[in-house]
Write a protein that binds this ligand. Structure first.
Ligand code: PEP
Ligand code: MG
Length: 757
């Protein structure tokens, strides 16, 4: 066996001593008292304390070395209160050299802790639930190293068994806790994928309890780990080739990326090292997983964070393999309406569940751009993330309501709450049916004006839903999305394949391809972006394309190939100056020449447009309109630059209204210029998908709008109830008002004229 680094020798020594204490004949409380002394000595800490979670979400000081002994069984904190409460609520370690200046610090005079400045604490976890907190403190402003945090986490794992043994908390209290667990609870989270659902809670990891932590034979544990890695890999391959997923492109890309991450030697190396410190394979996976989780919170880069989330998902799979032997997953009896609850989840884990039974996904962690959310979105499953301590509050088979739209979770809801939701869901289902009923009806206003309704898509699977929406075509195909879910840069061949599939899936309906809009918050795994202060205004989209022309060249070459006799529409994002459009167009033209001189089939026609997303372009319209075949307003970006308000920053999100005289005046001018120049104009930002805003756009003269597939129904219903002439007459006086918004006036107009919004 390889020699251990000095940092790893510490835990092994501590583990041995803890094992001796645990194996001793003393009572649970006595063992706890001994444990704190052993840990304090080993970690050269003046204080070591153990808090145990009791009924009513209270953390009670159960044992301490260093704090006032009279505080034991007296000092209590609610989960979420003070630093100890934070550790429990977040299920994450905390490492502070100056604990008292932390905003969450809650001073408890009975403990005498005012003389200790540094603090390191970790959650004691069992089955994913926080059952206690282990803390060390020092008088000096000490900085605990990552190795020390890891050592404390390992110690917490050993303690979990003792804390959960039932000897520390009386059976009566357990009963009281169970009574608590029957009460309704509502929790807040973050909307990761919109939607409403009711169902039965299924805990992703209900039974994985690590019973053996300290290993007798590390070589044997390493062998077990290798078996589990092999098992996980072949199970993943199986998922990828399963009928339902074999054809869906992005799923496979996501899973392939996931497999590659699994082979990440750094990560596996850390698990192997942890085994060498004396842990069993399952304990080592758990330990590395916990420290990976702690890192996720500290990392700003969204791409890296997601990869760490993927590692968390993989750790789940490895743990399951280790728990169940090499035979893979045991079949579980699942209810028909699964609301899956997990701390985190990889994309492959989600696919382990039958999508027909999955109603929603609830995560303690998670981020909107995580791979699991991309997959959930494609399957139309609502996802609620960042729900603190959900695993501590929910039991398997509890009834739950997930209101991802309003970022809320209701556990064991009261009768009246349940009824209100069932009514809302029924109303939604009825509306959905009403939209489905007009799916094949034309998007024509009452006074006979035809509107082209298109969809914005990025995932291949969304293109396959084109028919379900009854949309005219794809008004915005965000080509960066398939690039983002791949682990390597797709070469020209791979791109041809991709775009050909899009054409085929669109079944002859028009598709507008937008060239790569990467940079900003859309990072590519294989592309070294630069860290920027203002990424939305930074090196992104056409700016990258012109600085790295080979990327653009490859992309348009692939599009020219894939079109094969069909019309090709290409647009460039984030154009700020005509010269940028010219340069991009030149690259395209030289590719068109090359294609012509080869024998391959040409597109039947080629149109080239620009996205209007940067306000500077508004002041170059006459010259620009001579050069473009069409213009598409990217109102999401245009308005963020117009108002200087970051579209992703919730503090400024509601500050300016899209339906303001300024915006409407701008769009009015634009419509007139395009009409005069005879250049087709479209709008493909979020505005287009809101019936009220779409009504205003149509009143201004827009005849082509593109939106998320889900908005087609409501917008079409609005159009079919609208008289364009009436709204057109209403608008001009609104443009000159000095109000920040004309939303209410437009709403009133809609109400008075029977427009369905
Ligand atoms: C926009 O900016 O309005 C747009 C459609 O592009 P994206 O949302 O992809 O930036
Ligand atoms: Mg944009």
């Amino acid at each position: 066996m390889t020699e251990l680094s000095p940092a790893l020798k510490g835990p092994r020594h501590l583990l041995r001593r803890l094992r001796d204490v645990m194996a001793g004949p003393a009572s649970a409380q006595e063992r706890l008292d001994q444990v704190v002394t052993v840990i304090a000595a080993d970690m050269v800490a003046e204080v070591c304390s153990i808090y145990v979670r009791r009924a009513g979400d209270v953390l009670e000081l159960f044992a301490t070395e260093g704090l006032n002994p009279t505080a034991v069984h007296h000092t209590r904190l609610k989960v979420g209160e003070g630093l100890v409460g934070d550790i429990a609520a977040d299920a994450l370690p905390l490492n502070l050299s100056d604990a008292q200046s932390h905003p969450s610090f809650a001073y408890r005079p009975e403990t005498g802790e005012e003389i200790y400045h540094s603090l390191m604490g970790v959650p004691i976890l069992r089955g994913g639930r926080v059952i206690g907190v282990l803390v060390v403190q020092n008088k000096t402003w000490r900085h605990y190293t990552d190795e020390e945090v890891e050592a404390l986490e390992i110690t917490a794992m050993v303690l979990a068994e003792l804390v959960a043994s039932g000897e520390l908390v009386s059976p009566e209290e357990k009963l009281a806790a169970e009574r608590d667990a029957l009460l309704p609870v509502s929790l807040e989270g973050m909307r990761l994928n919109a939607g409403l659902a009711t169902g039965t809670a299924v805990l992703h990891q209900p039974n994985i309890l690590i019973r053996r932590i300290v290993a007798e034979d590390p070589e044997e544990e390493l062998r077990r780990l290798e078996d589990a890695i092999r098992g996980t890999d072949s199970a993943l391959k199986e998922v990828m080739t399963a009928g339902r997923l074999a054809s869906a492109g992005e799923h496979r890309d996501v899973l392939e990326a996931y497999r590659m991450i699994a082979a990440d030697t750094g990560w596996l190396g850390r698990i192997r090292d942890a085994i060498k410190t004396g842990l069993t394979a399952e304990a080592a996976v758990q330990q590395v997983r916990e420290s990976t989780r702690a890192r996720i919170g500290q990392i700003g880069d969204p791409y890296l964070r997601e990869r760490l989330h993927d590692l968390d998902g993989l750790a789940n799979r490895l743990s399951q393999h280790l728990a169940q032997g090499a035979n893979g997953q045991e079949e579980r009896e699942l209810p028909d309406d699964v609301v899956l609850i997990s701390r985190n989840l990889g994309p492959a884990e989600l696919l382990d569940y039958d999508p027909d039974r999955l109603r929603a996904l609830v995560l303690e962690e998670g981020s909107p751009t995580a791979h699991v959310c991309i997959v959930a979105r494609a399957l139309d499953i609502p996802v609620l993330g960042r729900v603190k301590d959900v695993l501590g509050k929910i039991k398997e088979l509890d009834r739950v309501i997930v209101d991802a739209d309003n970022a809320q979770l209701f556990i064991r809801p009261r009768e009246d709450v349940s009824k209100a939701f069932t009514d809302t869901m029924r109303a939604r289902a009825e509306r959905k049916q009403a939209y489905a009923a007009i799916r094949n009806e034309p998007a024509v206003t009452r006074d006979g004006v035809e509107i082209a309704l298109n969809v914005n898509v990025g995932l291949e699977i969304e293109v396959s839903h084109l028919d379900e929406t009854g949309a005219e075509g794809i008004g915005l195909y965000r080509t960066e999305i398939p690039f983002m879910v791949r682990e390597t840069y797709p070469d020209v061949e791979a791109q041809i394949e991709l775009y050909r599939k899009i054409f085929e899936r669109a079944g002859g309906k028009p598709v507008v391809f937008r060239t790569l809009d990467v940079g900003g918050d859309k990072l590519l795994p294989y592309f070294d972006g630069v860290r920027e202060e203002n990424p939305a205004m930074g090196w992104r989209a056409i700016r990258i394309a012109l600085d790295r022309p080979e990327m653009l060249r490859n992309q348009v070459r692939a599009m020219l190939h894939a079109a094969e006799g069909r019309p090709l529409r290409i647009m460039f994002p984030m154009i700020a100056e005509i010269a940028e459009f010219d340069r991009a167009r030149k690259i395209l033209d030289s590719e068109i020449d090359d294609r012509r001189s080869s024998d391959g089939p040409m597109p039947s026609e080629i149109s080239v447009g620009a996205m209007l997303e940067v306000p500077s372009l508004l002041f170059q319209l006459p010259a620009l309109l001579e050069k473009v075949d069409f213009l598409s307003v990217g109102s999401n970006d245009l308005l963020q630059f117009l108002f200087a308000a970051d579209r992703n920053n919730p503090h400024v999100g509601g500050r300016y209204d899209d339906l303001s005289p300024a915006v409407l005046t701008l769009l009015d001018t634009l419509v007139r210029s395009c009409e005069k120049a005879g250049v087709p104009l479209a709008l493909c930002g979020e505005m287009a998908g809101q019936p009220l805003a779409a009504m205003a756009l149509i009143g201004l003269g827009f005849r082509n709008i593109s939106m998320s597939p889900i908005s087609i129904g409501p917008v079409k219903a609005m159009i079919r109830s609208l008289d364009v002439e009436q709204v057109r007459e209403t608008l001009p006086p609104l443009l000159t008002l000095d109000d920040p918004s004309v939303r209410d006036r437009l709403r009133l107009f809609a109400k008075e004229h029977g427009v369905i919004i």
